[in-house]
Design a protein around this ligand. Structure first.
Ligand code: NAD
Length: 474
C-alpha cells in the first residue's frame, strides 16, 4: 500500500479515526507547521483498551508461526514504504535524510529478526513422578510510550516484541514526533487482526492517562529519567509491569595507545550523531594526557568539517535539534559556559537561525563539577577531559547517577577488558560505542532504566514467568 503523508488519524481497532480536537508539531529545520494530528481523549483511549482486551485472548492463543506471519507482513510494509517514511521522519524529527534511512533500515531489520528468536521453556525438574517447567506467558495489553529522537525504531522496537510474545499493544508517539508512529499504525492495521496494534496521538496528558489506565497491564517507556520516575509511580497504583529505558551520560575513555587518526572519525560520529540527541552518545570524553593535545586538535578538525543544515540537503551531518524545549534547554546550558569560565575549542554559542540549529561545540578540559559534564545535554556539545591514572579515570567515569553505556578504547585487549569490567553501565564496549543489535539485550543501570528490551531477555520482559508443576500421578 502507498502511504498518504498529508493526513493523519488514530488507529483504533484497525480503523482510521479522527478526534474533535487536533494539533500539530513543527518542522525543526524551518519552524513551519507540520500537518494536524489527533488529540486523543480518555474516551478514545477507553475504546482502544476495550479493543485491545478483546483482541488479546485470540492473539495470545495464536501460534508463534501465525504471529510471525503477521510480523513478516509488517516488516515488508515498512520496507516497501521506507523512502516515504524516511522523508516524513526528517520533516518531523530534523535528522538528516541519510540518518532517517538508517533508522528505517534498522526498524525493518528489527521487525524481521526479533521474531526469529525462540522464547525459552526450561525443564527445571524432570523425575519419574514429576516435571517442573519454567515458561513465559503473555501479560495482556501493553502501552508503548515513545520519545522524539527515534520515533520509528523505538516504536517498532516495542510493537514487535509485544505482539510476538502474544500481547496486544497501544502505541503513544511523542507529541513532538507523532507522524511516522501514526503511519506505522496504518501499516499495522493491514497486517494484524483488529485491536492487536493501535496507535493514539495526543497532548501531554495522554501518557499519564495510559500509565493510569486499569485496562493496561504493562508499560514499556523510553524517555527521560525524570519522566521515567513519574511513569513508575503511576504504574505502581495498578501494579503494572514496567520497563524503563531512560537517559544516559555515557563516559568514553581513550587510552594513550590508540591509533589517533583511525579513532577520531569514529569518536566524532559517536559523539555527535543525530545532533547528539541519542541516549547512548558519548557525552563525557576522557582522553589520556599523553595524547590529549593532538587528539583535541584532530577531533576539532574532523567535527568542524561536518556540515550543519536542513536534513533534506545533501551531505548534512548536523540537523537541527528536534524542538523548542530542547533548543531552549541547550541555550541555557551554553550560557553556563561563560558563567563557569569554560573554554570552547569549537563552537560555544548559538546564533539565531530559521530552525533550531546548534553549531557543534567542544569544551576543553572542564572540571567534573561543571554542568556540561554533570548533565545530559541532548545537544551537540561535548566535554573533553584529561586523565592519567586508570583507577582515577574509572572512578570519574562511574561517578554518575546514569549508567546506560560506557566505552574504553585501547589496542591492549587485556587492559580493555580489565577496564570494561569495572564500568557501571548496561552496555559496555571496548573500541566501540552505541553498537546495538536486535539480539542483544539493551537497558540501563542506575537512573538509566529498569529492565531490558530486545534480545531474548527483552522478549521475556513482555511476559509473565509461569512455573508449571506436572505431577504424573493423580
Ligand atoms: P520525555 O520523558 O519527555 O518523553 C518521552 C515520552 O513520554 C513522550 O512520548 C512523552 O509524551 C511521554 N510522557 C511525558 N510525560 C509523561 C508522563 N507523566 N507519563 C507518561 N508519559 C509521559 O523524553 P523525551 O524528551 O521525549 O526523550 C529524550 C530522553 O529520552 C533523553 O533523556 C534520552 O536519553 C532518553 N532516551 C532514552 C533511550 C533509552 O533507550 N534508554 C532512548 C532514547 C531516548
Amino acid at each position: 500500500m502507498a502511504l498518504d503523508i498529508t493526513t493523519f488519524s488514530n488507529i483504533i481497532n484497525n480503523e482510521l479515526t479522527s478526534t474533535a480536537q487536533t494539533r500539530h508539531s513543527i518542522n525543526p529545520a524551518n519552524r513551519q507547521p507540520n500537518p494536524e494530528v489527533p488529540v486523543s481523549t480518555a474516551e478514545d483511549l477507553d475504546r482502544a483498551v476495550t479493543a485491545a482486551r478483546q483482541a488479546f485472548r485470540p492473539w495470545s492463543r495464536a501460534s508463534f508461526e501465525e504471529r510471525r506471519k503477521s510480523l513478516r507482513a509488517f516488516a515488508e510494509a515498512i520496507q516497501a514504504n521506507a523512502d516515504t517514511l524516511a522523508q516524513l521522519l526528517t520533516q518531523e524529527q530534523g535528522k538528516p535524510l541519510s540518518q532517517s534511512h538508517q533508522e528505517l533500515g534498522m526498524a525493518v531489520e528489527w521487525a524481521q529478526s526479533l521474531p526469529t528468536l525462540d522464547i525459552p521453556e526450561t525443564v527445571v525438574v524432570n523425575t519419574e513422578d514429576r516435571q517442573v517447567i519454567q515458561r513465559y506467558t503473555p501479560i495482556g495489553v501493553c502501552g508503548a510510550i515513545v520519545p522524539w529522537n527515534f520515533p520509528v525504531l523505538l516504536a517498532v522496537g516495542k510493537i514487535v516484541p509485544s505482539v510476538y510474545t502474544g500481547n496486544t499493544v497501544i502505541v503513544k508517539p511523542s507529541p513532538y514526533t507523532p507522524y511516522c508512529g501514526l503511519k506505522l499504525g496504518e501499516l499495522a492495521a493491514k497486517c494484524f487482526p483488529p485491536g492487536v496494534v493501535q496507535v493514539l496521538s495526543g497532548g501531554d496528558d495522554l501518557g499519564p492517562m495510559i500509565t493510569e489506565h486499569a485496562g493496561i497491564d504493562k508499560i514499556s517507556f523510553t524517555g527521560s529519567s525524570v519522566t521515567g520516575r513519574r511513569v513508575m509511580a503511576s504504574c505502581a497504583k495498578t501494579l503494572k509491569r514496567v520497563t524503563l529505558e531512560l537517559g544516559g551520560n555515557d563516559p568514553c575513555i581513550i587510552c594513550e595507545d590508540v591509533d589517533i587518526d583511525a579513532v577520531i572519525p569514529k569518536i566524532g560520529i559517536l559523539s555527535f550523531l543525530c545532533s547528539s540527541q541519542i541516549c547512548m552518545m558519548i557525552k563525557r570524553l576522557y582522553v589520556h594526557e599523553k595524547i590529549y593535545d593532538a587528539f583535541r586538535e584532530k577531533l576539532v578538525q574532523f567535527v568542524q568539517a561536518l556540515k550543519v543544515g536542513d536534513g533534506t540537503e545533501p551531505d548534512v551531518f548536523f540537523g537541527p535539534v528536534q524542538n523548542g524545549m530542547q533548543y531552549d534547554k541547550a541555550k541555557n546550558l551554553f550560557a553556563s559556559l561563560s558563567s563557569e569560565g569554560l573554554n570552547a575549542v569549537l563552537g560555544g554559542s548559538i546564533p539565531e537561525s530559521k530552525g533550531y540549529f546548534i553549531p557543534p561545540t567542544i569544551i576543553d578540559n572542564p572540571p567534573e563539577t561543571s554542568r556540561v559534564v554533570q548533565e545530559e545535554p541532548f545537544a551537540p556539545i561535548l566535554p573533553l577531559m584529561k586523565w592519567s591514572d586508570e583507577d582515577e579515570v574509572l572512578a570519574r567515569a562511574n561517578d554518575s547517577d546514569m549508567g546506560l553505556g560506557a566505552s574504553v578504547w585501547t589496542r591492549d585487549m587485556v587492559r580493555g577488558r580489565r577496564m570494561a569490567d569495572q564500568l557501571e553501565a548496561g552496555s559496555v564496549w571496548v573500541n566501540a560505542h552505541f553498537e546495538v543489535s536486535w539480539n542483544a539485550p539493551f537497558g540501563g543501570h542506575k537512573s538509566s532504566g529498569i529492565g531490558t528490551e530486545w534480545g531474548v531477555n527483552g522478549l521475556t520482559q513482555y511476559c509473565n514467568s509461569q512455573t508449571l508443576h506436572l505431577i504424573k500421578s493423580a
